[in-house]
Write a protein that binds this ligand. Structure first.
Ligand code: FAD
Length: 595
């Protein structure tokens, strides 16, 4: 019953509102299935089927021609698919009883009715413009459409901006931070949260912060924008060329910006749906059933405008991504034409390049798991992308979250230079397939030294998690280090002298792994031992050795690399925390605290 194919196709009159990702996918699929159907697409902008995901790269100059963004013109679509594409036509009302829509022909300035058998809403999302004083002034742009791009391009040509503020550290904000930096602008990124990229956890975001700073992007995090003001007010004190505006964030001094990109999030476009009385979910998107039908018969909805069920949490959520929109469009076309296919939900597989690194995520992050009350174990690894002896190996920073009872993979995040994309796709496939960490340990993945390792990072993640599931090792997380009570634990650094010289967790005792067999008796048996190395792998060996000599041991997940990344977020706070670290006041441990 789940994915019943089409048995018999009856031609229909299908009206689609929105002619980009989900809408055009639905239109093309419907035509391939039914030559006899009448298919009309209404799009209120001047363009359909354009690559909105490519817009930042066009603005940055990586995509040279705007024409490249236009995947197909209305004429192409007429010629190829016999689609009736009506651009600059906005659907302003739905009459679900009469099964008609009211359409505004923007160019002609007239309204008319169009009937439908089935109506698909693929109306996308609208960029948020919060009610902040001055947000609508000149030089402040959102980025969603070709028209937005043209406006930003014109501004850049006229104003020749040398400074830019990106308001919001989400995917689009970060892509624009990269692209405007590459165009030579001094970029400041402002976000009211303490981290960029809220789909990933903060210690992973710390790696992104570091990359942004390395490339000159100034970060103002944890600072809500409270206003935009015009230059006159500040020009005297600035005494330099007029700026388009000043951005006021938190209590910080105002930041000059010749150009502002507003990447402050999106909201599902529900104007039409609300007017038609369709059910809107608690997350603010159009509520659909498992076939992607709205609360009204013969009205379907896809893409950024709908709420989707996350199959891991079973919670309704809003996920604005191109892949799901395209697949949903295809599925709805099939269901309209007689299939009974069920949408399997969206797990939020996403990827992003930021200068020299790639960041990717899938599934639930730690905050989402905490909020949904689901038990989880977090595991951090730092393997190389391919065999470390082969030239050019670089580090992958991997975090996975899994169910501590069943081992089911719940989420994964990766930051690295190379090989991030293929690993995140394996994790995404594993989540869709309901695989466990034990399954990941067993995956047979392609290996030759330039591409991977005999134990691929995916296998290593599965193996490390299996050790936890099998009770061979337990972990502490970087957040817990500062909270450990001094009578309870002793932190042991098993790295080399050279690694120790470059930094260590204050209060930790240093016994290199190679010397542990001779020196382990220096460690107190009445306290919990926390082992750490650079990545967590050597300290796992140390932990296993100590356990077998009667110690109670936990291994620091992700080792010094993860701890240090997180610590860099707030070194002042971390310094305070490490003052309370256990070993400082205990002689048998503090003896080794220096080195
Ligand atoms: P859209 O593709 O946004 O299309 C909605 C269309 O409906 C719009 O053209 C709008 O004008 C039209 N419309 C709305 N209301 C009406 C009406 N009443 N009448 C007529 N027309 C109407 N996703 C990724 O997965 N990867 C990426 O790298 C990525 N990069 C992105 C970069 C940018 C700059 C942007 C803006 C988005 C990016 N996305 C990315 C998100 C992705 O583009 C969207 O998730 C996807 O386009 C959503 O498809 P959709 O059909 O729901 O809406």
């Amino acid at each position: 019953m789940k994915n019943t194919a089409i048995k018999e196709i009856t031609a229909k009159k299908i009206v689609i509102v929105g002619g980009v990702a989900g809408g055009m996918s639905a239109a093309a699929r419907a035509r391939r299935l039914s030559e006899q159907s009448e298919i009309i697409v209404f799009e209120r902008t001047a363009h359909v089927s354009y690559a909105n995901c490519g817009l930042p790269y066009y603005l940055g100059g990586e995509i040279k021609s705007q024409a490249k963004l236009l995947v197909a013109t209305p004429q192409d679509l007429k010629d190829k698919f016999n689609l009736d594409i009506r651009v600059k036509h906005e659907v302003i009302a739905i009459n679900k009883e009469a099964k008609t829509v009211t359409v505004r022909d923007i160019a002609a300035g007239r309204d008319y009715q169009e009937s439908y058998d089935d109506l698909i809403l693929s109306v996308g999302a609208a960029a948020l413009r919060p009610d902040i004083p001055g947000i609508d002034g000149p030089g402040r742009f959102v980025l969603r459409t070709i028209e937005d791009v043209a406006n930003i391009e014109n501004w850049i040509e006229q104003q020749k901006p040398s400074t830019a503020v990106i308001a919001g550290g989400g995917f689009i904000g970060l892509e624009m931070a990269e692209q405007l930096t590459k165009r030579g602008m001094a970029v400041t990124l402002v976000d009211n949260k303490e981290q960029v990229l809220s789909p990933i956890d903060i210690e992973m975001a710390a790696l992104v912060h570091s990359e942004l700073k390395t490339h000159g992007v100034k970060l103002l995090l944890g600072k809500p924008i409270v206003g935009f003001s015009q230059p006159e007010k500040y020009q005297a004190q600035e005494g330099s060329k007029p700026k388009s505006c000043w951005v006021h964030a938190g209590n910080e001094a105002p930041v000059a910006a010749d150009l502002v990109i507003l990447g402050m999030g999106v909201r599902a476009e529900t104007t039409l749906a609300k007017q038609a009385g369709l059910t809107i979910g608690e997350r603010g998107g159009i509520r659909v059933d498992s076939k992607l039908q709205s609360s009204a018969a013969n009205i379907w909805a896809v893409g950024d405008a709908i709420e989707v069920l996350n199959p891991i949490s079973q919670n309704w959520t809003l996920i604005a991504l191109g892949g799901p929109a395209n697949r949903q469009g295809r599925l709805v076309a099939e269901n309209i034409l007689g299939a009974k296919k069920t949408y399997q939900g969206t797990i939020g597989t996403a990827i992003l390049r930021i200068f020299d690194i790639t960041v990717a995520t899938v599934g639930l992050n730690q905050n989402q798991l905490i909020n949904s009350g689901r038990a989880f174990e977090a595991l951090h690894l730092h393997p190389t992308n391919h065999a470390s002896y082969y030239p050019g190996a670089t580090r992958l920073d991997i975090k996975v979250l899994f169910d501590p009872a069943s081992g089911q993979l719940l989420g994964a995040q990766i930051v690295g230079q190379d090989g991030v994309d293929k690993r995140i796709d394996v994790f995404a496939t594993a989540i869709k397939a309901g695989m466990t960490m034990r399954d990941l340990a067993e995956l047979e993945l392609a290996y030759a030294p330039p591409f991977g390792s005999a134990k691929d990072p995916i296998n290593l993640t599965g193996m490390a998690a299996t050790n936890i599931l099998d009770g061979l090792i337990s972990q502490v997380q970087w957040q817990e280090i500062g909270l450990l009570k001094d009578i309870e634990s002793c932190i042991v650094d098993v790295r080399t002298d050279g690694e120790r010289e470059r930094g260590y967790i204050p209060g930790s005792k240093h016994i290199p792994l190679q010397k542990l067999r001779q020196r382990y008796h220096e460690l107190p048996k009445d306290r919990m031992i926390i082992t750490y190395c650079q990545s967590g792998q050597r300290s796992y060996n140390a932990a296993r050795f100590l356990q077998q000599h009667g110690y109670t041991v936990k291994n620091l997940s992700g080792g010094y690399l993860t701890w240090h990344a997180a610590e860099s977020l707030n070194s002042e706070k971390a310094n305070n925390l490490v003052q309370t670290l256990p070993c400082l006041s205990q002689s048998d441990c503090s003896a080794g605290a220096k080195k």
